[in-house]
Write a protein that binds this ligand. Structure first.
Ligand code: 5MM
Length: 340
């Protein structure tokens, strides 16, 4: 492993900083835009994402941005590519390199993430365009009799092969095994499945020779299913998540950056804050605990923008408010006074 992988991974989880996930694929961004009554077009995607990336002062809270393929080649109003413009601001460009979660043959209701074919060449091209970290998301669904061993292991294997290819290309892999919140399962079930998934992922990473010092983990929190009648409170989510991670994530990993997974934006902030406060009470954690939120950083900004150029400043203000709150939470220094 070269030193730069380690230094990039550490820079991405520098104190007070976290990551903006803005890598929605075409169908997902279309769904987000539809929620505010806006049709997805190349120009509106460029403009909306530029609004977030170029928000004045964002680099105080945001260390990196995960982009979708299209965005890496799009340009600011001033004509620079987004990776160039972000580099000048001290923000690191990341790129989603999986090609999506597809139905797992023979396993109804389960998915396996694809995208390994040709990945070596794509990584080299993304490096040339300025990407220094990458992301691959595996999706694990909890339900009757699932996940299956086949699903957990196939996804862990793909994540590990992706991560090894990234490191070969001098790109930091962000490894995202997401256990979905969908369903009426309780927090115990989420804990058990998350532990299982993480164990399989780290076994596969070791097998493929991935240097843990040069990667980041992007997991779900240990949380009740959306439909659970007795959803666990903030302190319980924090305690269960920290305990699960302590059991399953080696200390050599520099940082754990959570996904928000459909939590409300304030909920995602409160959970992160509670975990960092708990970590401090426990005398410190082996890894940095930060955020790589998509919806929890963007929901308010998307609404404030509403697809209108006139609302650009309002969209940026809403984004910065969430970025600032999560930056505080990432240090265990958030409280409700951050919430306007
Ligand atoms: C931003 O959404 C990402 C892309 O999703 P699709 O591939 O389905 O379009 C997604 O991978 C995201 O990076 C993570 O799930 C974290 O986002 P949330 O919204 O869960 O924080």
């Amino acid at each position: 492993m070269t030193e730069s992988l380690e230094s990039i991974a550490n820079a991405l989880v520098a104190p007070g900083k976290g990551i903006l996930a803005a890598d929605e694929s075409f169908p997902t961004i279309a769904k987000r835009f539809a929620s505010i009554g806006v049709e997805s077009s190349e120009e509106l995607r460029r403009s909306y994402r530029g609004m977030l990336f170029m928000a004045d002062g964002a680099s105080e809270f945001i260390s990196g941005v995960i982009m979708f393929d299209e965005t890496v080649s799009q340009k600011t109003d001033a004509g620079e590519t987004y990776p160039e413009a972000l580099k000048e601001l001290g923000i690191i460009t990341g790129i989603k390199v999986d090609t999506g979660a597809k139905a797992l043959a023979g396993h109804a209701g389960e998915k396996v993430t694809e995208g390994l074919d040709g990945l070596r060449d794509r990584l080299a091209a993304y490096y040339d365009k300025g990407a220094r970290f990458a992301k691959w998301r595996a999706v694990i669904t909890i339900g009757d009799g699932i996940p299956s061993n086949a699903c957990v292991r196939a996804n862990a294997h793909a994540l590990a092969r992706y991560a090894a290819l990234c490191q070969e290309a001098n790109i930091v892999p962000m490894v995202e095994p997401e256990v979905l919140m969908d369903g009426d399962h309780d927090i115990d079930r989420c804990d058990a499945v998350t532990s299982w998934a993480l164990q399989e992922v780290f076994t596969a990473l070791r097998e493929q020779g991935v240097a843990l010092e040069g990667m980041l983990l992007k997991p779900n929190m240990v949380i009740s299913g959306k439909g659970d009648a007795n959803r666990a409170d903030v302190q319980t989510v924090a305690a269960r998540t920290v305990a699960c991670l302590r059991r399953n994530v080696p200390a050599a990993v520099p940082g754990i950056v959570f996904l928000s997974g459909g939590q409300s934006d304030v909920e995602a902030t409160a959970h992160l804050d509670a975990m960092n406060k708990l970590g401090a009470e426990q005398g410190g954690l082996p890894w940095q605990l930060s955020f790589s939120y998509g919806r929890a950083l963007q929901a308010a900004a998307l609404k404030a923008w509403g697809g209108k150029a006139d609302n650009y400043a309002a969209g940026q203000a809403a984004f910065l408010e969430r970025a600032k709150a999560n930056s505080a939470a990432r240090n265990g220094r958030w409280d409700t006074s951050f919430e306007g």
